[in-house]
Design a protein around this ligand. Structure first.
Ligand code: HMG
Ligand code: MG
Length: 297
């Protein structure tokens, strides 16, 4: 079995994690978390979202978060931008990389961003053009690639269609979101086998929520297919407010432990990462969602 020699970890805890937490954190704590993650060696951190504060109040302070981050060329701090208004706010804050987010399910698209899949893809065209003209790289997400909370099963064809459109519009990479964490290794295998018939592995990332405990197994399948960009969330924080019952992403600590075991480079210091996860769980007064963190205690 062959694996990539190194993996780029996309840390989504400060965004995907905190967008779903009931406890409102103050600005200093959010910045402390992001700084600790960067100090642990995470080179790519999704630090916030420029979305409607009515839809996601937890991300309302993202401008202040970005303003408080150090100017550090070795770390990419990225933000979600669902539309032109979001991109313009990100540009004002000096954000260097953004992500647009689509879905493979019509119902989820409506619930999450209030438009159809086709409308979202049209809306992203000027957003991506403007971002690129401003020197900002754009990542694309697709939600519900292995199932939808409203529609159930989602076919690989639908995912392939949205992925090729996002890439054709100018996203440099598409992250495949198992938003509700319902996928199994067999579904992941079927999805990737289909996608890799038309898209190269180096244009794909995986974003596995761990609701049913399948995330690491699904990631292993992705690694075996040559996918070398993996999203994860410190302490397994997260979920999507429009996917009720979905739990957090795979914990970054658990991902790092598995990559260590496979001899795959990632550049992250596990002890510092565990410390960051323990700090944020104490502030949120919640249990740590990383099995590795619990084992290390
Ligand atoms: P809408 O209501 O259709 O937007 O929402 P609109 O253009 O009609 O504007 C309505 C109001 O929102 C206006 O304000 C706008 O100014 C404001 P009003 O005049 O009523 O006072 N507005 C904004 N404010 C701030 N920033 C903006 C913005 N845009 C409009 N960018 C919209 C459409 C996309 C804005 C809304 O649906 C939204 O914000 N959705 C975000 C949902 C979200 O963040 N979900 C979680 C992230 S996605 C996720 O977690 C999945 C992922 O992790 C992958 C996976 O796991 O699958 C990425
Ligand atoms: Mg997510």
């Amino acid at each position: 079995m062959s694996y990539p020699s190194s993996v780029r970890i996309v840390e989504v805890g400060p965004r995907d994690g905190l967008q779903n937490e009931a406890v409102a954190l103050n600005l200093a704590t959010k910045i402390e978390l992001i700084n600790k993650l960067a100090e642990a060696g995470l080179g790519y951190i999704e630090a916030g979202s420029f979305v409607s504060p009515k839809w996601i109040p937890q991300m309302a302070g993202s401008a202040e978060v970005f303003a408080g981050l150090p100017v550090d060329k070795s770390t990419t701090y990225a933000a979600l931008t669902p539309n032109m208004q979001g991109l313009e706010r990100a540009i004002e804050c000096g954000v260097k990389e953004v992500a647009v987010f689509a879905a493979a399910s019509e119902s989820f698209s409506q619930k999450n961003i209030n438009c159809s899949i086709a409308e979202s893809l049209e809306r992203f065209v000027p957003v991506i053009e403007k971002a690129r003209r401003s020197g900002i790289a754009v990542r694309g997400y697709i939600s519900c690639v292995l199932g939808c909370p409203y529609e159930g099963t989602i076919g690989p064809e639908q995912v392939a269609d949205v992925a090729s459109k996002l890439l054709a519009t100018g996203c440099y990479e598409v992250s495949l979101g198992d938003t509700i964490g319902a996928g199994t290794p067999a579904c992941t295998e079927a999805l990737l086998a289909r996608l890799l018939t038309e898209l190269p592995a180096n244009k794909l990332a995986v974003h596995m929520h761990d609701t049913y405990g399948q995330a690491l197994a699904n990631i292993l399948v992705a690694l075996q297919h040559g996918i070398a960009v993996i999203d994860s969330s410190v302490a397994g924080l997260g979920g999507c407010p429009y996917a009720k019952g979905a739990s957090g992403n795979v914990a970054s600590e658990d991902l790092v432990y598995m990559l260590n075991g496979l001899g795959i480079e990632h550049g992250v210091n596990l002890e510092k990462l565990i410390a960051a996860g323990n700090m944020i769980c104490a502030k949120l007064n919640r249990q740590n969602g990383s099995k590795v963190s619990i084992a290390f205690q």
